[in-house]
Design a protein around this ligand. Sequence first.
Ligand code: PHE
Ligand code: ZN
Length: 883
Amino acid sequence: MSSPAPRGETVRLEDYRPTDFVVHGVEMTVELFEGRAEIETTLSLSRRNGVPADAPLLLDGDELELTSLALDGETLSRSYYEADPSSLRVEGLPASGAFTLSIGTRIVPETNTKLMGLYRSRGVWCTQCEAEGFRRITYFLDRPDVLAPYTVRVEADRAAAPVLLSNGNPVEGGPLDGGRHYALWHDPHPKPSYLFALVAGDLDVLTDSFTTASGRPVDLAIYTEKGLASRAAYAMDAIKRSMRWDEERFGREYDLDVFNVVAISDFNMGAMENKGLNVFNHKYVLLDSDTATDTDYAGVETVIAHEYFHNWTGNRITCRDWFQLCLKEGLTVYRDQRFTADERSATVERIGSVRGLKAHQFPEDQGPLQHPVRPREYKEINNFYTATVYNKGAELCRMIHTILGADGFKKGMDLYFERHDGEAATIEDFVRSFEDATGEDLQQFSLWYNQAGTPTLAVEERFDEGAGRLTLSLVQSLQPGAADTGTEPFHIPVRFGLVGPNGADMEPAAVSGAEVRGDVIHLRKARESVVFEGLGARPAVSILRDFSAPVTLEMRQSEDDALALSRLDPNLFNRWRVLTDLVGRALTAGVAAARRGTDVTFDPKLVEAILASVGDETLEPAFRAQILQLPSESEIGRMVGSDVDPAAVHAARESTRRRIGADGAELFAKLSEAGRPSGAFSPDADSAGRRALANTALDLLTAASGDLTAAERRFRDADNMTDRLAGLSILVNQFAGSAEAGAALDAFFRRFEDDDLVLDKWFALQAGVPDEGTVERVAGLARHPRFNLANPNRARSLFGSFASANPLAFNRADGAGQRLVAEVLLDLDRLNPQVSARIATTFRSWKTLEPRRREKAREALTWLAGRPGLSTDLSDIVERTLR
Ligand code: PHE
Ligand code: ZN
């Protein structure tokens, strides 16, 4: 790893070794012009102790042009170096002591459609360097274990770019000849190159301030395109709440004089945590009630918090190498989830996170793209910003918390910060901090980082009435999968409760068998039992509370117990979980019935239990809305597991919706109107929950009645985007092709024509219509004047939504849907490989389809794999998916 691996070659964790040279400081001057940027980078370097005196310096590059090279200020003779667009090799450097190397490079931001490195988005110059974008700006040791302080001078035309930003604190600025000006920035905190950022443009700004717990004043600013700064108010509030929360919950203060956020229209991901200068996809900054939904508000809050929290988990302590990506991402997702739990509702947050995990991470972990939370090898690191690294990574942090308890977890985190501040760390460092702080042995637990796959946890209960003795037997198993990383038993923390007839948790007189601490069973072997003695009555077993481990739970609990838990369990998460499991079972049976052509039936007791919870006014509206949200068609497909017929899945889900809608008509009619928040719009969690419940109720009510008037009214009279889009989506999804749906879509388009973020919703909504004709409509929308494949949000809104949220049309039996996506991926790959590779992952469940559709998917993928000149990003995904 000390020599850069050529693109597309496998990089292995076991090959890690430190660089031959140490970088002590980086000074850059970036001159921006129309059509080009000139960059001069001066590196202060020294040879690491013990490295042979004749070892050359090998720097990474990517599509670079070298314009000058000097050693200690003297131009280097050609015989001392070799440069090509992707590397720079320098010989004859000093055997010992410090020296400087000054590197001139020239790039063209305007033609950078990959949106990695320095590019222009609607005239704004901006950068994206994670994971390997810095090498598209200058030659560098572009890897996360090379940390240095940076001083950056930015120069540009004052009219084109009155705002000039980089990392750290502003030092000075001023005018230059010819209408140009400059700004000088200094970042004193040593950082890896992937956290470098630069932004220049004609931007509006919203400012505010924050004083840290120890009294440091911080200037806050959010920069937006012209005229949009007022839409950053909610994001600004979220920044301040995040800063306070990290002080209170994790004892972490901000450490610079300024914290800047920039909202950019063309961005590959959600946002980026560059030190002191977070760059965001504008979708996660800009909001107002007229253009953004409650889900958008929650998304902004989460992403703002996530990027801010990276300041400590990612920036102050970074990753030694990209195999350790979950060290920053899993931990930071865990932290943003905890923030959301505190700011909104812990139960609703947990339900949302578990839903997301099951919808995205489980299929990844159970399919061809399977990899451990800490991968051992990669061909293209961009393809490892996955649900497994992020979301399962977060689950592992949560399990450490469950195993150690709140105090132990806090001690471990504090020790981690104390030991590794300013360093590039590993998962071993992280785990050892918890072990050393608490004395707990986490070696078996560490298997979770290295073994891929979702383990199954089977639980059986036996109650001996006479003796008052309950025996739980727990069996864990792991099927070998695509990653082939072993199947040793994990340390699984199983949170549980024994719910008595009155709804309170029962206290057994004695417990024996597997280790139980408090309300957690520590399962370490493949099979273990726990015996609870002295129970006065048979309890209903509430297992895996709060989803205490990312497993597939198999428990043949009696329906009576499950229904009792749905009413009584003090753990609200599990009330949701038991109902969802029953619904899942009913839906899979329904799919089988639909395939046979028989009627899909639904247990009336289950409908009754659902309606009882939904109608329970003592529960939060957002929680009740979650109970009413059936699993998506993709999620049902995953539950079915193999030989999936998306048409049968659709039929079963629709008939269940109609059934629930009909049985609950009276309740839903009430909730859909009277349950809505009154007065002026507010995005707070409670109001959002009320809208979610009212709109879900309206959706089901309409599904049962077939009458579109109420949905039309919701659309027409809405004073906010949540209600407007809810009404529109009912019309478009349930009444596809009707005059009313068409008129509403047109009205929506005309009203929001100039607003890209709203237009994305317009495209996404149509791409998701569960109708086979959607294939042709999506192909037509791709020719719409407002469609633009080069804008990642737009590409994702049409094709990402189609391929991920519309299994019926995407997997149409004649293969036209998959073929359409494959062809677009090829075009997109030429522009932006990272985004094409990401959308290509939507093929990951193709092997679970019924034979005919499976064959069509194979054809589309094989066709794509055979196109010449695919990027390493896309070919890596396609090849692994086919394998
Ligand atoms: N590190 C970013 C985050 O999770 C994600 C990201 C990765 C953004 C790669 C851009 C490129 O916060
Ligand atoms: Zn992150």
